[in-house]
Design a protein around this ligand. Sequence first.
Ligand code: COA
Length: 387
Amino acid sequence: MRDVAVIGIGCTPFGEKWGSSFRDLFVQAGTMALEDAGVAGEEIGAMYVGNMSAGRFIEQEHVGALIADYAGLATAHIPSTRVEAACASGGLSFRQAFIAVASGLEEIVVAAGVEKMTDVGTGVSVDALAGAADREWEGFVGATFPGLYAMIATDYMNRYPLTREQLAQVAVKNHYNGARNPIAQFSQEITIETVLSSSLVADPLRLFDCSPITDGAAAVVLAPLERAREYTDTPVRVLASAQASDTIALHDRRDISTLDATVAAGKRAFEMAQLSPRDIDLVEVHDCFTIAEICAIEDLGFCRKGEAGRLTEEGVTALGGDLPVNTSGGLKACGHPVGATGIKQVCEVVQQLRGEAGRRQVDGARIGMTHNVGGTGATVAVHILGV
Ligand code: COA
């Protein structure tokens, strides 16, 4: 297996992008990534595109072909493949691109993600998202994603010491970081009171405990490490790529407050990179709801079960803390265009490791991690990157 590096990144602003179509968003992100890498279109060997539900959101399927066409690569017959794993589609697209380069099959590969969610109303998007859970046993009986994560939060708060204020602090921190990220959907800082007084969505989760509905796209370019310096002075190595599965329905799990797929993927990633949680300088975790960030910090092994609320309250996970979590603003404040999120996480870590993260820069960052979840944890992708 060959060593692989990220040589270019591009990400559109996230939010309600009514002036840009699905294909526009992809082309914007892809063009930025190619320009950043100094790679010409004809050098691309393959493309992988993370997308969860273009069929429901914009009534478009055959997304790989559409993207190849509007990227100007269709008539050159470049292979383009859609990757779908619900909200982990981006993370898996990155992993497929990594495998293609690491195996020696391809040289220059684009991994991207795109979702256009705001062309439909909230009811349709919430129902489309519910397709990431078990439709027969969860969706048909009314379980939405906020509802499923509310069950996780309720179970967690019954068993472990997590206060409502500590949970709200996750959103306060991520909005603080998002306010320092030019691409973020939400640029306002908030207080614990903002979260606690926002409308109840699914008890105990309130509006500001939820990631929003978002349009956006992100793309990265990968190359074999030995060729990376032909393109950039700042290649970022992919030190580990791991993926794990679990039952699709929450009620079939051994323990609904522990995402076993996160535990498994995290362990595999640390083994592959020959690193431990102490070595990580920053991590982008899948905070689709505030409780998800609490679980992720613990399930990845950064602390014991029941400790993440206290660490959040003490500022350990804030910018300037020992383990900055979600410096991009996370899904909560940066936004969550589901198919694009896993690639945006990679873009954020690469920016941080290059020292290009501006007002949210983590001083001296050398190793970063991404954690991308599909559904309530039926698919998890974890990557470790380093310079
Ligand atoms: N956080 C903060 N503010 C939010 C928000 C969020 N998550 N979602 C919407 N808002 C704001 C909007 O900006 C808008 O503000 P404005 O009135 O100042 O313009 C206001 O709240 C109403 O927005 P609207 O789009 O009507 O919200 P909604 O009630 O239709 O949707 C949720 C809110 C929480 C139901 C929706 O964001 C949601 O379903 N989120 C979860 C998405 C999800 O499950 N993703 C997959 C996870 S794996």
